[in-house]
Design a protein around this ligand. Structure first.
Ligand code: UDX
Ligand code: UDX
Length: 477
């Protein structure tokens, strides 16, 4: 039986739900797309008059929302009503790592997913296809299915029985390039049992994705493929970061090593940039899920392999904070350090698991005064992540800082005044071509620059008289 989708409801207006639904709306003008969320503020923000102030920043996203919002793309808190109307429901809520109980610190907390499944079971009418969009532990579809099955067959007002299909359709979008990744995906993965349901979702993607890029698998393979893709990507970063430490000791240069190994087509050149360690909402969480699964199924060696990817990442971040402290004579007490970039990577306002959090916290513990700049992350967001209020200016407008305090500075002209060090943590475009002579004149001597993302020309900094360190560069020691 052919199912034609006219109304989509997506539960969760986050980093995944928002952009994904905006693209579906834009590419499928014949489908009404309703994005619902329990968070009223988030929905208010998606409905902002000013498209610059949407809750999620992604290049190109505001234009698409502008084109479709109010036509076939809607944002609301009407969870019940929109589930009732939908013939396809995407579950795109967050699945944080469990803080307590069984699997604490590793397994994903499925309470939101479970709550969504219960809502769909309660409010849906007739036949509904439920699509897992959130990254979930393997076999979650089974949880959703068993909740839905409880209400399967219940008569709805029209005397038609409720029926369900569950599909897994993991998201591979990378933040900062979400629009591009959604419009030109390497592949779209659909896992499921029902041919009709798979075909219905297939039809949606075929509006812009070539058929050979749409892969269908069983549900479990689809769920596991998502975790494995993220684990493999994260593993590359931990691998290259481990080599950066070795480069610094041996006189090798991690950029040269990366280029040499990346030109082997079996290895490939992408995802080999050594940096401050991976962040983002997915990598750590997905690996820990894999570790939990492996332990659960009695495979400790498999669990250990993946766990070491996370351990290396944490160690690497600590190593960087220690290194900065050592270069500044072993103490940061009352030293001013300019932090350039707080987002976990460029082109996003997302700070989840950002390496900057751990590194800044360690520097603050050493007594540093941090002046933080980021073009997209708000001071409020930084305060939440550091769990520490910023220092205030006194009445005369003079900065009133003390040891181990921080503030967000918008003005790039004055941020370097009397600073002892500059640390580049996010590869924002605007940090690539700064006037280092001007910066050097404003800093206190001896001054240091730490380029953790390898984005500046070493010569420019060295010529300005600033001491220079960059990741994985053994020629400096
Ligand atoms: C996504 C994926 O869905 C997640 O599995 C993945 O691991 C990380 O990326 P993301 O979109 O980034 O999550 O999460 P977030 O930005 O936190 O958005 C989730 C939204 O769901 C929030 O706005 C939250 O308010 C909403 N939500 C949560 C509901 O509407 N209902 C709920 O019951 C729970
Ligand atoms: C990732 C996956 O790429 C995406 O497919 C999945 O759906 C969600 O998780 P994202 O978290 O948005 O996407 O960011 P990504 O670009 O993968 O970067 C993750 C982290 O690795 C960032 O902190 C980034 O700075 C770091 N990174 C990436 C490096 O340090 N070096 C690299 O070469 C690449």
């Amino acid at each position: 039986m052919e199912i034609s989708i006219k109304n989509i409801c997506c539960i969760g207006a986050g980093y995944v739900g928002g952009p994904t639904m905006a693209i579906i709306a834009e590419r499928c003008p014949h489908i009404q797309v309703e994005v619902v969320d329990i968070n009223e503020e988030r929905i208010r923000d998606w409905n902002q008059e000013d498209f610059e102030k949407l809750p999620i920043y992604e290049p190109g996203l505001a234009e698409i929302v502008k084109k479709c919002r109010g036509k076939n793309l809607h944002f609301s808190n009407l969870v019940k009503e929109k589930i009732e109307e939908a013939d396809m429901v995407f579950i795109s809520v967050n699945t944080p790592t469990k803080k307590k109980g069984l699997g604490a610190g590793k397994a994903s907390d499925l309470k939101w997913v479970e709550a969504c499944a219960r809502q769909v079971a309660k409010y849906s009418k007739e036949h509904t296809i439920v699509v897992e969009k959130s990254t979930l532990p393997v076999r979650t579809a089974e949880v959703i299915k068993s909740i839905l099955n409880e209400t399967k067959g219940t008569l709805v007002d029209t005397n038609i029985k409720k029926t369900f299909d569950v599909l897994s359709n993991p998201e591979f979008l990378s933040e900062g390039s979400a629009v591009k990744d959604l419009l030109q995906p390497d592949r779209v993965l659909i896992g499921g049992e029902s041919k009709d349901a798979i075909q219905a979702l297939n039809e949606i993607y075929l509006n812009w994705v070539p058929s050979e890029k749409i892969l269908t698998t069983n549900v479990w393979s689809s769920e596991l493929a998502k975790l494995t893709a993220n684990a493999f990507l994260a593993q590359r970063i931990s691998s290259i970061n481990s080599i950066s430490a070795l480069c610094e000791e041996t006189g090798a240069d991690v950029r040269e090593v990366a280029r040499a190994i990346g030109s082997d087509s079996r290895i490939g050149e992408k995802f080999l940039n050594s940096g401050p360690g991976f962040g983002g909402s997915c990598f750590k969480k997905d690996i820990l899920n894999l570790v939990y699964l492996s332990e659960h199924f009695g495979l400790p060696e498999v669990a250990n392999l993946w766990n070491s990817v996370v351990t290396l990442n944490t160690w690497h971040q600590k190593r960087l904070a220690t290194l900065i402290t050592k270069k500044l004579f072993g103490t940061l007490s009352n030293k001013i350090i300019v932090i350039l970039g707080f987002a976990f990577k460029a082109n996003t306002n997302d700070t989840r698991e950002s390496a900057a959090i751990k590194i800044c916290k360690d520097l603050l513990d050493e007594g540093a005064i941090l002046k933080i700049h980021d073009p997209k992350v708000s001071a409020m967001q930084i305060e939440k992540e550091l769990n520490l209020s910023p220092y205030k200016s006194n009445e005369s407008g003079k900065e009133n800082f003390k040891e181990g305090s921080w503030n967000k500075i918008e003005d790039m002209k004055n941020i370097f005044n009397n600073a002892d060090a500059v640390v580049i943590l996010t590869e924002w475009e605007q940090y690539k071509n700064m006037n280092w002579i001007e910066i050097s004149n404003k800093m206190r001597r001896p001054s240091w620059a730490f380029d953790v993302r390898s984005i500046v020309d070493p010569k420019e900094i060295i010529n300005s008289g600033i001491n220079f360190w960059r990741i994985g560069d053994g020629s400096q020691n």
